[in-house]
Design a protein. Sequence first.
Length: 225
Amino acid sequence: MKKYLTETRMLDFSHPEIQSLIDRRGWKQMDETEKTKQIYYFCKDEIPFGYNADTDDMPASSVLKEGIGHCNSKATLLMALLRAVGVPCRIHGFTIFKKLQKGAMGMVPYALAPAEILHSWAEVYVNDQWIDLEGIILDKAYLCRIQEKFKNADGAFCGYAIATENLKNPNVNWNGGSTYIQKQGIAKDFGVFDSPDDFYASQGTNLKGIKKFLYKTIILWMMVL
């Protein structure tokens, strides 16, 4: 399991701000289950859903500093915090169909987005098993707003950064097993990687070259949540 506890450029858990957060919350003193649960809900609800100013391969300390995150950036922060307190984790990479993002961003950014968007979730080894923790993506307040907006929706739902079999009761609350909120929108499966650094080195990021420049200078400010 040593490789799943290693610090990397992206999983920069020795950063002073990350260490300070861990000390304030007392996570290192908790048992395996409790610290996993506490860190999960911190990333899920105290880091609101949003689009970061940097690209997918930003380090965990930058995600924490910005105080917002989406699937890829939240997975990075979750992994850094878990490794820092001794919980092994790895990353699973995918693409998702962009239609699940409709409504979560402005019309222009949505139109410019590729048909498939790079996606990831953290796999965590806890209680002698690997579990998927994709449910961190949407904070409780955001999810409640969407549930209220579509309160008559029954069954499967796709849109507003959600792809789930049950909008009224999505599998996002952690009880020791896997959690999901976008799983039903998966297009391609790239498999498991030891770290997000390895994943993005292999598959690249959603934004490169002129697209990256336009995103950081124009498109980001057009995003609407």
